[in-house]
Write a protein that binds this ligand. Sequence first.
Ligand code: GCO
Ligand code: MG
Length: 401
Amino acid sequence: MRITEARVIVTCPGRNFVTLKIVTDEGVTGVGDATLNSRELAVAAYLTEHVVPLLIGRDPARIEDTWQYLYRGAYWRRGPVTMSAIAAVDTALWDIKGKVAGLPVYQLLGGRSRSGVTVYGHANASSIESVLAEISSYVDRGYQAIRVQTGIPGLESTYGVSAGAHYEPADAALPTENVWSTAHYLDHVPRVFARVREEFGPTLRLLHDVHHRLTPIEAARLGRSLEPYALTWIEDPVPAELQEGFRLIRQHTTTPLAVGEVFNTIWDCQELITSQLIDYIRTTVVHAGGITHLRRIFDLAALYHVRSGSHGATDLSPVCMAAALHVDLAIPNFGLQEYMRHTPATDEVFPHSYWFEDGYLHPGEEPGLGVDIDEEQAARHPYRPASLPVNRLQDGTMHNW
Ligand code: GCO
Ligand code: MG
């Protein structure tokens, strides 16, 4: 079998997605997600100009060799653009391998390690009282784990609080500006979780995303102040270029730590994992080099009691979600999977076999990944420029969004 064609499809059914579709001479096809929110066209061009020509004529069965070829062969290694492009190829090749074998991809990864993939949903609202109703609606739908974000009194907007039913931070062609105050934030968040625990009791699994806004000592204070409320994790407490920084947080708090949605390779989390500075690694298929490399990260993590908690925001397409579910089902050290439902328009462009029931997602039993792109539908939604916001401190200093 040989690869005869690889199409890069950019579509915007409400938000932008980049998809690679690999076609073989025997008619078997595979799909891979290549979406990098707010930088989509960079990955599309990387694929079209530099990767697709290398794929034509290759044997699609050689997944590991193709991964190494694209990683080592680029000379310029790593980075989100390169690794998302490699991920798309890798994911599409796993899809093809599954279809050729007549097996869902999780079977090729060693088979099922659990009956379903536990997901966490997002309860968010502008105030504490209104977030309680949101949490209730998730509990009613069977969710066992819920991420809680609220507005911060004194700040006009903050990360994680949506205007409509579907959270979409890339909300304008050019970046909107948010204003941040660590003092207001650190004062408010423990009040949120105190109230949530009072209302929902001690066992509902609760999570919170800090979205890279603190320094290590501030994060340590937050972790400590949240200890009475026994969170499953606080996520991205600080930007993680400085892996060492987590040591300081760790020394001060038993609140579990999760990080990794912006990581691209195992090297971004090597120290975090091997020094046991985190509890959950949140890398996922599309941004961390595909199923092949993600599996490598999770296997390293398993040695150090670190569990997976893959990113699953709506800017990762249903193709990525399907691929993530196969990995989640198979690995021994699965923790949680983020699940932020896609819009009906997105689901129409990406027909898929995975489904939600009672707090779990199931990838389904179709050969391959069980997801595809409907190219006719996709063509009805042309690309629209969309940027993530930026964030400034109250005095105007640029901060992390
Ligand atoms: C999450 C993430 C997202 C990111 C988004 C950026 O935990 O789901 O933090 O909300 O902000 O994926 O494109
Ligand atoms: Mg996050």
